[in-house]
Design a protein around this ligand. Structure first.
Ligand code: BG6
Length: 504
């Protein structure tokens, strides 16, 4: 087994200030990641964690609250607090975790924060906004007013969680506001998909393998499918989700990040700006559905009651905090184009949904079929075209569908699969995906974070769909536990193609 952190040095001395320390993200992902990072030697005794929240806590009660983690190792399981590696790391981290109580909108909180930095003499800090999105702009403004973004005694960085805006206008406004208070190189806009090893691997798999890059264009690729299917329903997130919907929640961020990795040109280095420049070019080249094509090229669905994995699931509209006449979609499918020399004429089909039959995040690159000529007279029906399946989660890996000769005297073909399974070779199971992101914030590497222009270009590509869906119409129902609405099948079948089967 190969470890994923073999070459990394320990992060520098700093304070990680987490706004929203009592929230779900801190419990489920941030603190488990910090424990994993401690266990892997990525952070040491000189990292202090200061949690900010509104609850009546103190240092000790906060620490006790974290004693029973709901961590998501590999996104699926819980952190094993009994494992010696984890137990030791937590013991080391525990004494460096502190609590500061306060209201995010209260000027006094920022003065107390300032005073703490003066006392410790530790200048460098990352302010992590793990809060509801409506706090983002205000917190940055208050940090700036209290001179907490001044970098004269060390770096001062801000990590901003998703969603960054809820449409093009709000994303522009938020960018404009925070960019008057902080420099772009202080801003770490998070898309947690970029923390996933398998998403990062797309770029390496493309640019470290000559044979991939040689066929990676419109001459050989027929179309690309990107899927993020989830079995979970909306559950307790009704209030957030109903104002958001599947399109905003998953597409301009997570699916577009994957799209950019697939479609970008080779950067001239693995430097953050070089990579983010190439990704921004892809976002600007994306041509999404327009007012004229939205009816045909964008489909929305909503789950009704059904069974997922043998368990009864109520319909979306019966979810707490969701109105029975809600028009919010829990499924979205789209056909997009990328207007570049490399991709002209190659459609990208994207789909995502909740309460589907299987959990499956994958990219399927469908190659063009071979010319049939040489098989004429052999009895062979046109052999299936090659497919490259990049499975991101679960069971991460890369598989190639090829065609070989079936043994025997006649020319007969048989489809076969060549498989690489990530977990067979590398130890990635214990990671939450946030370890790399937190580490990169601390060392100042912005490669895996979104830049202002990229965020805005992604919203711009989808704004016509957002507007059209807002203005009229309803999502098409699909039963929980199915593969999504029928209209999504029709979207791709109109082009004479089919979705790759959902499921590993
Ligand atoms: C989040 C969305 O950003 O990503 C959720 O808000 C979604 O609705 C989640 O479930 C999916 O992430 P992952 O890592 O579980 O695939």
């Amino acid at each position: 087994m190969t470890s994923s952190t073999t070459h990394a040095h320990k992060a520098p001395k700093a304070t990680l200030v987490i706004f929203g320390i009592n929230g779900d993200l801190s419990h489920r992902l941030l603190m488990p990641s910090l424990i994993n990072m401690t266990a892997d030697g990525l952070i040491g005794d000189d990292l202090t964690i200061l949690g900010i929240g509104r609850a009546e806590d103190d240092d000790e009660s906060l620490r006790r609250g974290f004693e029973t983690f709901k961590g998501e190792a590999g996104g699926e399981g819980a952190l094993d607090m009994q494992a010696p590696r984890i137990r030791d790391a937590w013991q080391s981290l525990r004494s460096r975790l502190f609590y500061l109580r306060g209201n995010f909108g209260d000027a006094d909180l920022y003065q107390r924060l300032h005073a703490r930095f003066d006392q410790t003499g530790n200048g460098s800090a990352v302010f992590y906004l793990a809060t509801a999105p409506h706090f983002f702009g205000d917190i940055v403004e208050r940090l700036a007013t209290a001179e907490l973004l001044d970098e004269s005694s060390g770096f001062r960085r801000i990590a901003i969680e998703k969603p960054f805006g809820h449409d093009l206008t709000s994303a522009r406004e938020l960018n404009a506001r925070i960019l008057t208070l902080a420099h772009e190189n202080q801003l770490y806009r998070i898309d947690h998909f970029l923390g996933k090893e398998t998403v990062q691997n797309i770029m390496v798999a493309r640019f470290a393998n000559t044979m991939m890059e040689a066929v990676w264009n419109r001459n050989y690729i027929d179309h690309v499918q990107i899927t993020a299917a989830e079995t979970v329903g909306v559950g307790t997130r009704g209030a957030f989700y109903n104002a958001t919907g599947a399109l905003r929640d998953m597409v301009p961020n997570h699916l577009f990040q994957i799209l950019a990795m697939i479609a970008m040109e080779p950067p001239n280095s693995f430097d953050a700006e070089a990579i983010r420049n190439e990704k921004a070019k892809v976002f600007r080249a994306v041509r999404g559905p327009t007012d004229e094509t939205v009816a045909a090229d964008a489909v929305r669905g909503v789950y009704t009651a059904g069974k997922v994995g043998g368990k009864e699931v109520g319909g979306y509209r019966a979810t707490p905090d969701v109105a029975p006449d809600s028009r919010t979609e829990t499924y979205a499918a789209l056909k997009l184009a990328v207007d570049s020399w490399r991709w002209a004429g190659v459609p990208f089909y994207l789909r995502t949904g909740k309460a589907l039959a299987q959990r499956d995040t994958e990219v399927v690159v469908h190659f063009k079929p071979v010319p049939f000529a040489q098989f004429q007279g052999t009895g062979v029906i046109l052999p299936p075209a090659n497919k490259l399946v990049i499975q991101l989660q679960p069971n991460a890996g890369i598989a190639m569908d090829l065609v070989v000769k079936r043994p025997g005297p006649a020319i007969e073909t048989a489809p076969v699969r060549m498989d690489f399974c990530y977990g067979d070779t590398f130890d990635i199971a214990h990671a939450t995906g946030y370890e790399t992101l937190i580490y990169d914030m601390l060392i100042g590497d912005q490669t895996l974070f979104q830049r202002a222009d990229g965020v805005e270009a992604a919203w711009a590509a989808l704004q016509p769909v957002i507007d059209a869906w807002q203005a009229a119409g309803e999502p098409q129902p699909y039963a929980a536990g199915s593969d999504g609405p029928q209209a999504a099948d029709e979207l791709i079948e109109r082009d004479g193609r089919q979705w790759h089967r959902i499921g590993p």
